[in-house]
Design a binder for this molecule. Structure first.
Ligand SMILES: *[C@@H]1O[C@H](CO)[C@@H](O)[C@H](O)[C@H]1NC(C)=O
Ligand SMILES: *[C@@H]1O[C@H](CO)[C@@H](O)[C@H](O)[C@H]1NC(C)=O
Length: 271
């Protein structure tokens, strides 16, 4: 086995659930050959330095079981998508409406040091209402920005010398009024998010933790599950609706000073 060169391998002893840092950084010699082959093929298309790193390139190979042709196709398609949709400048658009009504944060980390993408637990995301307005379609783009921000935070942590290859996400389900309102169009927002993640940010999420999930959510999940790749499906962690229970579960994974008060921590709400 070899280790990927951008971050050197380190032995971690506790890997309670999720994907460990060293799993992401360990490849076989055969896989390393595939990685070199992929790099040779796509190098002229890679527009950012971070894309030239092993840790970036290997994700596309993993998403395609190290089939170089398939990984190349996937990556080139995604680079084209980035270009067509001006993803590089997504952060410079006027997002004030969404910052107010669909807040999230990426500035906390969990105990593994992974950046946490936290959907605001205190400002309910009223997906149903925005879909009735002309701004509806921008919600999907806002959620692409979320993925851009979360993956940029991974690179930030790496540049700071931290051993981090993925982000994790904490999502408070009661906020999504789609269940009570039976809003089928709202579901399309989640499927678009899931598809964008799978196609353009593969292998960047460790866990997606869902808290305060209503019992009825099982039904919703049955609809969403088939859309997820096996590894994403594995990353889903449903913590249920018992508040004291999910809060203590969350505190096992996130230090209190990194966790917003509404999620059981003591981090002042800055959404
Ligand atoms: C990351 O791993 C390297 C070894 O590969 C180790 O020297 C370093 O201390 C680790 N950094 C942190 C912040 O854990
Ligand atoms: C919630 O979970 C706690 C244990 O964490 C348990 O003591 C309590 O009875 C549960 N509440 C309900 C309503 O099930």
């Amino acid at each position: 086995m070899l280790t990927i060169t951008t971050l050197s391998l380190f032995i971690l002893f506790s890997t309670c659930g999720g994907i460990s840092f060293e799993e992401d950084l360990t490849i076989s010699i055969k896989e390393k050959n595939a990685l070199d082959e992929l790099r040779d093929r796509v190098l002229p298309e890679l527009t950012h330095d971070y894309m030239k790193k092993d840790i970036f390139l290997v994700r596309w190979l993993r998403a395609r079981n190290f089939d170089v042709d398939a990984a190349e196709k996937m990556l080139l398609k995604s680079l084209k998508w980035r270009n067509t949709n001006s993803i590089d400048s997504i952060g410079t658009e006027d997002w004030s409406l969404f910052e107010r009504n669909f807040p999230y944060s990426v500035d906390s980390v969990n105990k593994k040091g992974q950046p946490l993408l936290i959907i605001s637990p205190s400002t309910p995301w009223d997906i149903r209402s925005i879909l009735l307005t002309k701004d509806g379609p921008r919600l999907t783009r806002w959620m692409i920005k979320m993925l851009e921000d979360a993956t940029a935070r991974i690179r930030e942590e790496q540049s700071a010398g931290r051993n981090v290859t993925r982000f994790s996400m904490v999502n408070t389900l009661e906020n999504f009024n789609l269940v009570e309102s039976g809003c089928l169009r709202c579901l399309s927002v989640f499927t678009a998010f899931t598809n964008n993640y799978e196609e353009h940010y593969p292998q960047t999420m460790d866990q997606m933790v869902l808290v305060n999930t209503p019992d009825i959510f099982d039904g919703v999940l049955r609809l969403i599950r088939p859309l997820l790749s096996p590894s994403t499906r594995q990353s889903l962690k449903i913590m249920g609706g018992n508040k004291s229970k999910w809060q203590s579960q969350l505190l096992n994974e996130v230090d209190a000073d990194q966790l917003p008060i509404d999620l059981g921590g003591n981090k002042p709400d800055d959404f």
